[in-house]
Design a protein around this ligand. Structure first.
Ligand code: GDP
Length: 140
């Protein structure tokens, strides 16, 4: 399998509950390496750009308000098949449908406040990583 990089966000509901370490423990236990990480307060413009694909969805405003409601931790994760693997580790968008042991099953509060983001494809991973990290901030 190919070594890939994916983009992760530990979302405001998780940072507000002091769960950064708990989420990172699940990520690392799954064999993914955190090769870049920083805690930031996202601006409204950053959140709107990041979720632009959802602009027409009825929950867009709520989603942007949520993402700027508290700090987030943005990360780059590296490993074999990292993009699909992290989607598995995260679990389904709606925590009530997420598999046991996944981050969202264990920690998420709702379909909106669902603790983590992970890229859904190689192309989006590259775009999302570049939005938040410069090359020399990623150390594998
Ligand atoms: P993901 O790839 O699993 O994060 O899911 P999506 O790309 O479909 O949605 C992006 C994010 O929008 C989700 O992670 C949620 O935070 C939020 N979201 C999705 N569906 C809903 C919804 O029905 N209501 C609200 N409030 N937020 C939602």
């Amino acid at each position: 399998m190919a070594i890939e990089r994916t983009f992760s966000i530990i979302k405001p509901d998780a940072t507000a509950r002091n769960l950064t370490g708990a989420v990172n423990a699940i990520i690392e236990k799954a064999g993914l390496r955190i090769v870049a990480q920083k805690r930031i307060q996202m601006t409204r413009a950053q959140a709107e750009t990041f979720y632009a694909v959802h602009k027409a969805r009825p929950f867009f405003g709520e989603l942007v308000d949520f993402m700027i409601s508290a700090p987030v931790v943005v990360q780059v994760l590296e490993g074999d098949n990292a993009i699909a693997k992290y989607r598995d580790v995260m679990g389904a968008t709606d925590p009530s449908k997420a598999a046991d042991g996944t981050i969202r099953k264990v920690h998420a509060k709702s379909i909106g406040e669902n603790s983590v983001h992970g890229s859904d494809a190689a192309e989006t991973a590259a775009i999302e990583i570049a939005q938040f990290f410069s090359g020399n901030e990623i150390v594998g």
